[in-house]
Design a protein around this ligand. Structure first.
Ligand SMILES: *Cc1c(COP(=O)(O)O)cnc(C)c1O
Ligand code: SF4
Length: 445
């Protein structure tokens, strides 16, 4: 194995936008706009992303720059002008805070009913920091994992990072979720997510993982960890002080007879191109864990089939399993990143038809919506009517899975809620049942 020298992570955030030498060549108006956007959407980037991933000769188009740095068009012109006005006039921080809060609340901070509908209860009390939407999988949000090595500008979890408790969603005590899992034998998968749980110390992560290896959790077959660390900070598995502990913990899960699936978030082949990223992947795989990859389709970052072909082929070459291509969610800077469903399907189809069967394990384009995960299977014509062919790959009612249904063709629609049923139907087949389910599962706070 090649030796990689130790690297210390260094974070840059809003106050550094004035000092970063790489940004000096931008016009000062552009820097001010960036600062304004960074008031609203979280901004954090590290030295590896800045030095090794972004091509500074290629601004502003560089995909990793778009992925991590705030851009003026991420806010509506009214919102942007308002924030810039307050920055220019040095408004008191209390005033600025109120403006920021108002704008944030208008950006749909919790899409797809994440807060109202997915929080389970134990003995009648809601359990903070876990989500249980599909019977077999529970999501856990450890409190210490609610940050990332860098932030993605499109992130739908953005309220997690803002330090404002009313937006946050996390669990302090691993105890509650263990009690919950003890009572729910139908759960086979636990997905530890964030933020990015791999920002946690190995010893802290172990507090969430190790108890699940015991006899009383025999029903848990798979542990998944959702992370973007291989893209944003591969040193996590190579030279961080507890890198070896991380790998040992992974191996321990495998030796306990469980499947450990690292759900790796990638947006561009560039993230896989460095030798440290490739070494991180090799090291993780050497523990017996598997790496499944997922990420959204994003305007300006990866909205071409060539990018996906190259990214998926590279993932397969490195031993990863492509899993999901998501449709960007309706939150935060969505207008900036969204891609019409028609284009999403065309990009997906074009990429699939040019790759081997080992890439075609991937499913997409997928909308993770209120009702479930809905996939755009295709676009076709049935007796003269142009339609989308859709199906659930996960539903609030599992019986919805794999039943094709049809929506009117719409070249502009970017999300399920913009689609209308085809063939003069009033509602989609699942909607009456969805109303029932939501009525009976909603938590009133
Ligand atoms: C995607 C998702 C899962 C996992 O679904 P799989 O089909 O097993 O990958 C679980 N819970 C929620 C809320 C999800 O969005
Ligand atoms: S790594 Fe994941 S959770 Fe973190 S900012 Fe990016 S998309 Fe959001």
């Amino acid at each position: 194995m090649q030796s990689t020298t130790w690297r210390k992570i260094q974070f840059y955030s809003t106050q550094d936008l004035d000092n970063l030498p790489q940004l000096k060549k931008l016009a000062s108006g552009d820097r001010l706009a960036m600062k304004a956007v960074a008031q609203i959407l979280p901004f954090r980037v590290n030295n590896y992303v800045i030095e090794d991933l972004i091509n500074w000769e290629n601004l502003p188009e560089d995909p990793i720059f778009q992925l991590t740095f705030p851009q003026r068009e991420m806010l509506s012109p009214e919102h942007l002008d308002k924030v810039i006005w307050h920055l220019k006039n040095n408004s008191p921080s209390k005033v600025l805070r109120e403006v920021v809060q108002t704008i944030r609340s208008q950006l749909n901070p919790h899409p797809s009913g994440q807060v109202e509908y997915n929080v389970p209860s134990l003995d009648g009390k809601p359990i903070p920091g876990i989500q249980h939407k599909y019977p077999e999988t529970v999501l856990v949000f450890p409190t210490a994992g609610q940050t990332c090595h860098s932030y993605c500008t499109f992130c739908f979890r953005w309220p997690q990072f803002l330090g404002k408790d009313s937006f946050k969603f996390a669990t302090h005590e691993s105890g509650y979720f263990q009690d919950y899992l003890r009572q729910h034998k139908e759960v086979t998968d636990v997905l530890i997510t964030g933020g990015d749980p791999m920002v946690m110390k190995a010893s802290h992560l172990a507090l969430y993982i190790e108890p699940l290896l015991g006899k009383e959790f025999e029903h848990i077959q798979t542990l998944r960890i959702g992370t973007k660390s291989m893209a944003y900070w591969p040193y996590r598995y190579i030279t961080d002080r507890d890198s070896e502990d991380v790998l040992r913990l992974f191996n321990k899960v495998v030796l306990a007879g469980k499947h450990l699936a690292i759900m790796a978030h990638f947006n561009h082949w560039k993230e896989l191109s460095t030798s440290v990223a490739q070494e991180a992947i090799r090291r993780i795989l050497s523990t017996g864990a598997q790496i499944r990859t997922q990420g959204p389709l994003l305007n300006r970052i990866n909205d071409s089939s060539e990018v996906w072909i190259k990214m998926w082929q590279e993932q397969v070459r490195l031993g990863c399993i492509p899993y999901y291509m998501f449709v960007e969610r309706d939150t935060g800077a969505k207008d900036y990143f969204e891609v019409p469903l028609v284009i999403a399907w065309e990009i997906f189809q074009e990429a699939i038809k040019n790759t081997s069967g080992l890439v075609r394990t991937v499913r997409g384009p997928v909308m993770s919506a209120l009702a479930g995960k809905v996939i755009v299977d295709g676009i076709t014509e049935i007796y003269g009517e142009k339609v989308f062919v859709l199906s659930f790959i996960q539903g609030r009612d599992p019986d919805w899975c794999k039943r094709p249904f049809f929506a009117k063709y719409d070249s502009e629609a970017t999300w399920l809620n913009k689609l209308k049923p085809a063939f003069e139907q009033k509602r989609f087949f699942y909607e009456d049942r969805l109303d029932e389910i939501l009525m009976s599962s909603r938590f009133e706070y």
